[in-house]
Design a protein around this ligand. Structure first.
Ligand code: DGY
Length: 322
C-alpha cells in the first residue's frame, strides 16, 4: 500500500517530523518556515490526502472550496480553529481536528506569568536594568500589587481557564468566572460563577481571557466592558487577539483606568497594534502559550493520532471538530 501524502505546512519538533516521515509521504512547501497564504497552500496541496497545518495558515471558505478532491482531513497543530472555515470544511466533507488538553497547563503557565509580570511590573523593571538606568534599591521604586486575596476573573472556564484557576488558588487568589454554562459544583472548586458580564467584570481585580476567536467574540473587551472593570484592574489575554478592542485597551491603560495588561496574542499577528509598543504598563509576548518542548511534542503527536485514525486506519479521528 502506498503511504498517504501529507502536506505539512510548518517545521515541527524533530520527534513529530520523524513519526510523520515514517508513516506518510510528507510534502513541505519550499522556502523558510512561515505561515502559508492561500496561494502557497493551494499550490502545495495538489494530490495530498491530509494537511497538517497550524494557526495562521489561511484556510478560509474560498481556500477550502478550492482544495483538491484528494484532501480528506485537516489536522491543525493548535487548539484554536478560528483560522479554518469549519462550515466550508463540513460542506466539502473534509474532517478537521485540533489538539485539545495537551496545551492547557503550558498556556495557563503563560497566563500566570503575565499576571505576575503585570502585578509586579517585571517588564518595566527589566527594561530599566537593560537601559542601565537603575540607580539602586529604593523604598518606593516600581511598587506593584500583591496577588494574594485579589480576585481573578476567568473569562472562559474551559480547560486552560481551569488550570489557571488552580494555579491562582494556590497563590491565595479568589476565583470568579464567566462561561457559557456553569460548571458542576465539584468542578467549581469554590469559584464564583457570574451569569452576566456586569457582575463578572465588577469582580475582576485581574481579568484573564480564554475565549476563542471568531465573529462571535470579535472585540469582546470593548470600551464599555473595560469601563465596567474596577479601576486599577489588570487584563491578560492568552486566547485570541481579535477578542480585544486594542484602541480601547490602550486608551484605558494610558488614562490609568487599568493598571497593566499582559498580551500573548494579537489581532493580525505578527503585526502588533502600534499603541502597545510605547505603553510602559503592557507586557508583550510573541504567542508563546503552548511553547514548551513537552507540549509541542504532544501537540504534534495529537495531530498525527488524528491523521492516522482516518488516513491509516479508516476510522474516526479522536479530536474531530468538524
Ligand atoms: C492554539 O493552540 O490555539 C495556540 O494559540 C497556538 O496557535
Amino acid at each position: 500500500m502506498p503511504r498517504p501524502t501529507l502536506l505539512q505546512t510548518r517545521t515541527l519538533p524533530a520527534a513529530v517530523e520523524a513519526r510523520a516521515a515514517r508513516d506518510y509521504a510528507v510534502r513541505r512547501p519550499e522556502g523558510p518556515d512561515r505561515t502559508l497564504d492561500a496561494a502557497a497552500l493551494l499550490a502545495a496541496a495538489g494530490g495530498c490526502d491530509g494537511i497538517l497545518c497550524a494557526a495562521g495558515d489561511a484556510l478560509d471558505a474560498k481556500t477550502l472550496a478550492a482544495l483538491p478532491e484528494s484532501v480528506r482531513i485537516i489536522a491543525t497543530f493548535s487548539v484554536g480553529t478560528d483560522h479554518i472555515a469549519l462550515d466550508a470544511a463540513r460542506a466539502r466533507g473534509i474532517a478537521v481536528t485540533n489538539t485539545p488538553d495537551v496545551l492547557s497547563v503550558a498556556t495557563a503557565e503563560i497566563a500566570m506569568l503575565l499576571v505576575l509580570m503585570c502585578a509586579r511590573r517585571a517588564g518595566e523593571a527589566e527594561r530599566l536594568l537593560r537601559a542601565r538606568e537603575w540607580t539602586g534599591w529604593a523604598p518606593t521604586q516600581l511598587m506593584g500589587v500583591t496577588l494574594e486575596r485579589k480576585r481573578l476573573g476567568v473569562l472562559g472556564m474551559g480547560r486552560i481557564g481551569r488550570e489557571l484557576a488552580r494555579m491562582a488558588r494556590g497563590m491565595g487568589m479568589e476565583i470568579h468566572y464567566r462561561n457559557r454554562a456553569r460548571l458542576a459544583p465539584e468542578e467549581e472548586e469554590g469559584a464564583t460563577f457570574h451569569a452576566d458580564d456586569e457582575s463578572f467584570l465588577a469582580a475582576c481585580d485581574v481579568l484573564s481571557m480564554h475565549i476563542p476567536g471568531g465573529p462571535a467574540t470579535n472585540g469582546w473587551l470593548n470600551a464599555a466592558r473595560i469601563a465596567a472593570l474596577p479601576r486599577g484592574a489588570i487584563v491578560v489575554n492568552t486566547g485570541r487577539g481579535t477578542t480585544v478592542d486594542d484602541e480601547a485597551l490602550c486608551g484605558a491603560l494610558r488614562a490609568g483606568h487599568l493598571r497593566a495588561a499582559g498580551l500573548d496574542v494579537f489581532a493580525g499577528e505578527p503585526a502588533i497594534y502600534e499603541g502597545y509598543h510605547s505603553a510602559p504598563n503592557v507586557t508583550l509576548l510573541p504567542h508563546l502559550g503552548s511553547a514548551t518542548v513537552e507540549t509541542r511534542d504532544a501537540m504534534g503527536f495529537r495531530c498525527l493520532d488524528n491523521l492516522d485514525a482516518l488516513l491509516l486506519h479508516g476510522g474516526e479521528p479522536p479530536h474531530r471538530v468538524a
